[in-house]
Design a protein around this ligand. Structure first.
Ligand code: ADP
Ligand code: MG
Length: 703
């Protein structure tokens, strides 16, 4: 490496003014280990000291001001803690009052009546008159030029650092030192010329310098736009290249024929017509799996869009090509439901289907494992139990993962190892992620969306009711039960206190029971403290219709399918996030009956909670809800992206910088589609830059 390129990797202690002790603190408190880390510790705001305000122009909209004038007079007034030094500074247009409460002797020594000073500080007003408390003050400056010729950066810092003289403004001294050491050579251009020209970006080094020490607001804006673009562009380029490489170089088993299993099922046993979206996704899967390269596809489908059947048909396709397939669900209940549903659908076909979960008995396991190993079981449904070492397939060709966010990356990786050639992977999720976010977080996966619900579904009516309307809500549930329907009543899990949650649930259960006494009504209750078999039994009784009401914490959140249930009551709805509310609501409206979701809350709601409830009442569309969620919470909290680690963005904000994100995405796609290896002369810089990043950034792949 050229020596100049290395300077940014110097340890932070070697920067002038740091030294070993402050270095320790900078590492611990801010994660700044190298010069490069400091370079990327961007200021969060700037103070404008490039201009001198005239006192007459000062008004409450000016937060920080710099004025220059003659010291008229000063005096020390007040006693004890109220003791202070008050000075009057005057320019040609007016007078400003300056006050100090501390270090009076020291301040006093530096003040001379009649001399000229430049003062800078936070502006306040008292009785309409401008004033500053503890301003910075510099003597002299007789010439007309301002003190600084750039906007002064303020950096985030911590109390500990402040106590060691590294406050938000002192860190600027370190940055100044850093910029004295580096030049264009240390931050060589990495973007292709046509992009720079098209967007009129400043050169890279200049952009960094302007973001730290802008010479004007316009320059700052141009610089930050470039660095944000660069950040998003590089991130997406890397993901797009990973995807491209998988398309070109990965090995994958080939599903090139549609055979008896698929056709037999499709023609004779499929209980309904596929929706257009289901057909489209199946086609995408068929195309992927026929190429000889590994499929790695994310399928996003709103709740109830019918992902299970897509999974099943894909699994049959694997079987037709002589491969086994497995479907992995995040919970025991879901795995059992999938197994029951799939077995029912396939009951007239001769194909081996089995279930393997944590509670599969030893005897059953003993029988099952050899059948997996010899290939007589074609389709395996299960939970985490599938990834245990002892589970060996004869020829695993497809892995379907339902509700991916419950599975860790490492767990999935273990599945890949179960075959010589890595199996195709289909990850299904019902947690809609806004398109912009998905593009960034899952850019290395191929991506399908099912944005269409099966026909005949009636939209769910959602209402908001305050707690004091509980009686009428219960009456409503009763009328639905009288019509033969079932209802869910969900209580929140407040993670801080399992005990409180439990008490809350029990109290709720007693209330419900008072309204719906046995033996006319039967109630199932499911919560996290129950042993698995009890949970199971309660769940089953609801599924089979033996109980009319399911009282539960959010354990039933994902995936359960009881089409006869038509009412979803969510207690303390204000405590749930949007995507969770949407998931829960998705438990009803799965049959032909008109369904209802009732969001119960107390009288007082925070603005965010009010916004969430309003959104739920306004729309059933998971993607719209996801957008709103992003808007309210910001991307950091969106389910699924948290664990991907992919959103390690320092400058760009996925919400506010949507336009930049899309421009960056478009540019990255264009480059990868025309020059996947970055070998064209105009892309050489990019390639070199990416090589220099290798292994340095957290950019974990999804799979
Ligand atoms: P999700 O996408 O939430 O996993 P499911 O696969 O559980 O949805 O499907 C929800 C319900 O819709 C199931 O009862 C399923 O049988 C039914 N379903 C799926 N596809 C169709 C279709 N094309 N037409 C009618 N009903 C369908
Ligand atoms: Mg599902």
């Amino acid at each position: 490496m050229a020596p100049s390129a290395a300077i940014l990797s110097h340890p932070i202690e070697y920067l002038k003014g740091v030294g070993p002790q402050r270095a320790e603190l900078l590492k611990k408190e801010l994660g700044l280990f190298t010069f490069n880390d400091l370079l990327h510790h961007f200021p969060y705001r700037h103070l404008d000291r490039t201009r001198i305000h005239r006192i007459v122009e000062l008004n409450p909209s000016v937060e920080f001001a710099q004025v220059k004038g003659r010291l008229l007079s000063y005096e020390i007034i007040g006693e004890k803690s109220a003791k202070r030094l008050v000075a009057q500074l005057r320019d040609e247009t007016g007078i400003i009052e300056l006050t100090w409460f501390k270090g009076l002797t020291w301040v006093q020594k530096s003040l001379y009546e009649g001399s000229t000073y430049v003062v800078f500080g936070k502006l306040g007003f008292f009785m309409g008159k401008p004033q500053m408390v503890h301003p910075e003050i510099e003597a002299g400056a007789t010439e007309a030029v301002p003190v600084k010729n750039f906007l002064e950066p303020i950096y985030s810092t911590t109390e500990k650092l402040k106590s060691r003289g590294l406050g938000g403004r002192q860190i600027a001294t370190l940055s100044v030192g850093l910029f004295n050491l580096i030049s264009e050579r240390d931050l060589p251009e990495n973007l292709p010329d046509d992009l720079i020209q098209h967007y009129r970006f400043p050169p890279r080094f200049e952009a960094y310098r302007q973001v730290h020490f802008p010479t004007s607001t316009e320059k700052y804006e141009g610089a930050i736009r470039r660095l944000k673009f660069e950040e998003l562009f590089i991130a997406q380029l890397r993901l797009a290249m990973l995807r491209q490489q998988r398309h070109s170089y990965s090995r994958g088993v080939i599903f090139d024929k549609v055979g008896d299993h698929f056709l037999d099922f499709y023609n004779k046993h499929l209980p309904f017509q596929l929706t257009g979206a289901q057909k489209r996704v199946l086609k995408e899967i068929r195309q992927d799996t026929a190429t000889g390269h590994q499929m790695n596809r994310l399928l996003q489908g709103d709740v109830g869009s019918g992902k299970t059947i897509v999974a099943l048909l894909s699994m049959l396709l694997a079987a037709d090509n002589g491969y086994q397939a497995c479907l992995m669900a995040p919970t025991e209940i879901l795995a059992q439901q999938h197994f029951a549903a799939i077995s029912a659908l396939l009951k007239e076909m001769s194909i081996g289907v089995a279930l393997l979960t944590g509670s599969t008995k030893t005897a059953a396991r003993k029988k099952l494992l050899p059948q997996l190993a010899d290939g007589s079981i074609s389709l395996l449904v299960g939970t985490h139990a599938l990834i245990e070492e002892v589970v060996q397939f004869k020829s695993l060709g497809l892995v379907v993962i339902d509700e991916q966010h419950r599975f860790g990356v490492a767990q999935r990786a273990r599945l890949w190892k179960k075959a010589v050639v890595p199996p195709h992977v289909l990850v299904m999720t019902a947690t809609p992620i806004p398109r912009t976010l998905a593009m960034t977080a899952y850019g290395d996966l191929d991506y399908s969306v099912m944005d269409e619900l099966p026909p005949g579904r009636q939209p769910i009516t959602t209402v908001h009711r305050y707690d004091d309307h509980r009686v009428s809500v219960m009456d409503f549930i009763r009328t639905e039960i009288d019509k033969g329907r079932q209802a869910y009543i969900i209580f929140p899990l407040i993670e801080e206190s399992a005990k409180l949650d439990y008490e809350n649930l029990m109290e709720g259960y007693e209330h419900v029971k008072a309204f719906f006494p046995e033996p006319k009504f039967w109630i199932s209750m499911v919560h996290g403290r129950q042993p698995a078999d009890q949970k199971e039994w309660n769940m089953q009784r609801f599924v089979t219709g033996d109980t009319q009401i399911m009282v539960s914490t959010t354990v039933i959140e994902v995936g359960v399918n009881v089409p006869n249930a038509s009412v979803m009551v969510i207690e303390n709805a204000e405590k749930f996030g949007l995507s969770q509310l949407h998931q829960l609501r998705g438990r009803v409206g799965r049959g032909a009956e008109k369904s209802y979701c009732i969001l119960m809350t107390g009288p007082k709601l925070s603005n965010d909670a009010r916004e969430r409830i309003k959104t739920m009442v306004a729309t059933n569309n998971g993607f719209e809800i996801a957008e709103k969620d992003l808007e309210i919470r910001g991307p950091g909290d969106i389910e699924g992206t948290r664990q991907s680690g992919a959103l390690n963005l320092k400058l760009a904000d996925l919400l506010k910088d949507k336009a930049i994100l899309e421009a960056a995405r478009e540019a990255a796609e264009r480059i990868v589609s025309t020059d996947a290896e970055l070998e064209a002369p105009e892309n050489i810089r990019l390639k070199q830059y990416l090589m220099s990043l290798k292994g340095k950034t957290v950019w974990s792949k999804i799979s």
